[in-house]
Design a protein around this ligand. Structure first.
Ligand SMILES: Nc1nc2c(c(=O)[nH]1)N[C@H]1C(S)=C(S)[C@@H](COP(=O)(O)OP(=O)(O)OC[C@H]3O[C@@H](n4cnc5c(=O)[nH]c(N)nc54)[C@H](O)[C@@H]3O)O[C@H]1N2
Ligand SMILES: Nc1nc2c(c(=O)[nH]1)N[C@H]1C(S)=C(S)[C@@H](COP(=O)(O)OP(=O)(O)OC[C@H]3O[C@@H](n4cnc5c(=O)[nH]c(N)nc54)[C@H](O)[C@@H]3O)O[C@H]1N2
Ligand code: SF4
Ligand SMILES: [Mo]
Length: 712
């Protein structure tokens, strides 16, 4: 029997594609993008198009396992799965072991000695955060501050707008001027691209601002390479021009912003000539960019998170977010800015996560451990130390900064580590108990996207492989084993979806589970949106969140002056400070090159990097370096090089092809154990946190490069 099942891609990607899975005789035989989904438009990215190879990979974890060998990767040559390290056990034995270890640790060290560790393996509503949170809240475990990805940008954006809302992707087709700002659209957000192309066919100009010549930059009408971490300066320089030349929308500014006079004074410190020295962008280009952006309508900015992975990432995002607030482009269909749209979701998170269980368990909030500082936490935290870690939805042994310290912590013999995974990753190499996880083909979930405004139902297409269990079911069974009998641990998946949707968010009105089950995807209910009034067909349903102000700040205005920043020691208007660990920075260091430890276009963070069909699309182990920096070090294209700083070193192969400017080098993220040396680029990155949001600073890293002998 053949059927086609509607699902949604849960990977950490703004596009959250609608997916159709063909199932024949219980086996998935085809995956395709949903042609009816207005953003997916029938196609998937190259990696998920090959998803059957992932679901049915021979390397899946299919059964609970107990470690029998030493912690750490198996010796080279023993293969991806290193199956001799593991002994297959049953679920009962695995759950017994975990619950008795947890109970012993709680008795001796207290419940906060247990640390959950999860991030973006799946962003589906239940699998991402629900039963797991209930469990750890009820346990009284340490809380994880989940800021490895986007928290600086979120804080920066919200410091101006009050909420994470922005331009819907479909509106980019109406833009006349598009800035891809730290936005690798081709690589990380490919479903925006057709709208950009449609706009360009109608005469729009695409400008890309990125230190790395991405595929998107190669396609742009105007590519502006910028020095990493200097975007706040660029935005301030643009506002210097826009304000001093009176190119701003005085009416919008007067009605809907707060602090324009302070901003006007502040930008005087950032004339284009001065900004040029930091950014590496010529003063004349800054002036031209500012004038074009302010005078071409509609103008939209696709800002992405690359801008906030440096020390001043919060301020950089804040500065860029001010631009459409002074030009008033929020008023136009195809104007505004998009970073993340997740502020629209408004799910009933308290019902899903039950933070009240933590207060009931501990009588207070549990201690908070920042996920970026995992190395520090595992090696230095006390009162209590971390004695157990439960990892799911994440591969910290690959994705965390300061890799060597993370590994030192994971190797601790007295640390009890549980990992719930689909594959034998870098992190499972350190697990004491390994649990098998379903993929999105194998369980039901609710899905939203941070790059569009559709709610989707993701149906289960096939039975779980082997003895795999979803995140919801794992934490349900663990709760039972720990003797937690609260009703919430008995809720079915459907009941949980219902309670997620039962919120007071008006944009979810009329969107319930039966409707989503029937229709697959439903656009959020913006019928009452204030921006819609006064528009002509066919744009009457365009969502313009800030066309008439409606900012979610305390003042209700776009806050160009934000008092609350003062308490954090930051300029309440906005300012640029060169990252300490950068060429213009204050840190005294012998390392002269700025490293961007980037994501790969064909992997998703570390996910997919072990799959042969996807590996074929990426060349591993490259260090991209400019002609200038290569030549001065006696390095030629293809040469083996050693890249190092005070945190670690790694051997890579030089690629000298003009993708980066002098002073900048790039390398990509993938599994550590797939390299000849068993370590990845995060040996060089730092645990330092950003100015706002306690985020990671993967793009504020200084290194040196030298020729090396080939690894034998
Ligand atoms: N194919 C693919 N898609 C992905 C991912 C993936 O790994 N692969 N990851 C997913 C995840 S977790 C996320 S968070 C999103 C985020 O994706 P993006 O927000 O796009 O994040 P990045 O790739 O870190 O950065 C985007 C661009 O910013 C550039 N950049 C770096 N530093 C600076 C800077 O200082 N200034 C400027 N102007 N640009 C800078 C980078 O070179 C990069 O091209 O993508 C998701 N989608
Ligand atoms: N150098 C460098 N490091 C980075 C970044 C960078 O750009 N450069 N990017 C950072 C960013 S933006 C992010 S978001 C983080 C991402 O860090 P992570 O969230 O750790 O992302 P992944 O590497 O994709 O690993 C997710 C893991 O979850 C597993 N998984 C998927 N679905 C499920 C499920 O349903 N259940 C369970 N139990 N497991 C599941 C996958 O198999 C995968 O191994 O990495 C950060 N690290
Ligand atoms: S990873 Fe992103 S682009 Fe690829 S299928 Fe999933 S949501 Fe779509
Ligand atoms: Mo991310």
């Amino acid at each position: 029997m053949k059927k086609v099942v509607h699902a949604a891609c849960p990977h950490d990607c703004p596009d959250a594609c609608g997916v159709l899975i063909t199932v024949e005789g219980g086996r998935a035989t085809r995956i395709q993008g949903d042609p009816a989904h207005p953003v997916t438009r029938g196609f998937l990215c190259a990696k998920v198009a090959k998803y059957l190879d992932r679901v049915y990979s021979p390397d899946r974890v299919l059964y609970p396992m107990r470690r029998v060998g030493p912690k750490g990767p198996a010796p080279a040559g023993s293969g991806n799965r290193a199956i001799n390290t593991w002994k297959r056990i049953g679920w009962d034995e695995a759950l017994d072991e975990i619950s008795s270890q947890f109970k012993n640790i709680i008795a001796e060290f207290g419940s906060e000695a247990i640390l959950p560790y999860s991030y973006g393996g799946t962003l589906a509503v239940l699998s991402g955060s629900s039963m797991d949170r209930r469990f750890f809240h009820r346990l009284g475990a340490s809380q994880l501050e989940r800021t490895i990805c986007s928290a600086a940008g979120e804080a920066g954006l919200k410091s101006v707008l009050g909420v994470k809302l922005g331009t819907e992707p479909e509106q980019f087709r109406h833009s006349r001027y598009i800035i891809g700002w730290a936005a690798n659209i081709h690589g990380n957000n490919v479903h925006l691209w057709p709208f950009v192309e449609e706009a360009r066919r109608n005469g729009a100009k695409l400008v890309v601002i990125d230190p790395y010549r991405t595929r998107t930059a190669q396609c742009a009408d105007w590519y502006l390479p910028i020095n990493p971490g200097t975007d706040a300066a660029l935005a301030l320089g643009m506002m210097h021009v826009i304000i001093n030349e009176s190119l701003y929308d005085a009416d919008y500014v007067a009605r809907y912003t707060l602090g324009f006079d302070q901003l006007r004074r502040k930008v005087q410190e950032y004339p284009p000539q001065r900004v040029a020295q930091w950014t590496g962008i010529a003063a004349a280009d800054i002036v031209k960019l500012a004038r074009e952006y302010a005078t071409t309508a509609p103008a939209a900015i696709r800002l992405n998170y690359g801008v906030q992975r440096s020390e001043g990432g919060g301020m950089a995002t804040r500065a860029v977010a001010m631009l459409p607030c002074i030009t008033g482009s929020w008023k136009q269909v195809g104007g505004g800015l998009q970073l993340s749209l997740s502020g629209a979701w408004g799910l009933n998170r308290d019902a899903l996560d039950r933070p009240d269980l933590m207060t009931a368990a501990l009588g207070r909030a549990a201690r908070v451990v920042n996920m970026v500082e995992l190395g520090k936490a595992l090696n230095t935290l006390d009162h209590p130390p971390v004695k157990a870690m439960f990892v799911y939805n994440s591969n910290p042994a690959a994705v965390c900064p300061n890799h060597n310290e993370v590994i030192r912590g994971l190797r601790r013999p007295d640390l009890f580590t549980v990992v719930h995974e689909q594959f034998f990753t870098d992190t499972t190499d350190y697990a004491d108990i390994l649990l098998p996880a379903t993929t999105f083909f194998e369980h039901k979930d609710l899905q939203l996207g941070y790059g569009h405004y559709f709610v989707q139902m993701s149906h289960q297409a096939i039975d779980p492989l082997g003895e795999c269990r979803s995140n919801v079911e794992v934490f349900r069974s663990l709760a039972e084993r720990m003797g937690f009998d609260d009703d919430c641990f008995h809720e079915s998946v459907d009941e949980m979806i219902d309670s997620a949707l039962a919120s007071n968010n008006p944009w979810l009105r009329g969107i319930d589970r039966p409707r989503l089950e029937r229709e697959g995807h439903v656009r959020m209910n913006f019928a009452q949106s204030p921006g819609a009034a006064g528009l002509q067909p066919p744009e009457t349903d365009a969502f313009l969140p800030f066309a008439h102000g409606n900012f979610a700040t305390p003042s209700g205005r776009a806050e160009l002056y934000n008092e609350s920043l003062k308490a954090l020691g930051l300029d309440p208007v906005v300012e640029f400070k060169p990252p300490a660990e950068s060429r213009h920075g204050s840190l005294a260091t012998p390392f002269p090159l700025e490293l961007l430890a980037r994501k790969s276009d064909n992997f998703l963070n570390s996910t997919f990097s072990n799959l042969p069909v996807v590996q074929e699309m990426e060349e591993p182990g490259l260090l991209e370096i400019s002609h200038h920096d290569a030549q001065s070090r006696g390095i030629a294209d293809g040469d083996p090089v050693r890249v190092f700083n005070h945190r670690g070193d790694i051997l890579l192969k030089a690629r000298v092809d003009g993708t980066v400017q002098p002073g900048v080098v790039c390398a990509r993220l993938y599994w550590a154990k797939l390299t000849s040396q068993g370590r990845n680029i995060n040996v060089l990155t730092s645990e330092k946190l950003t100015d706002l949001g306690n985020s990671a600073t993967f793009y504020s890293v200084l290194v040196e490069v030298e020729p090396s002998k080939p690894a034998s």
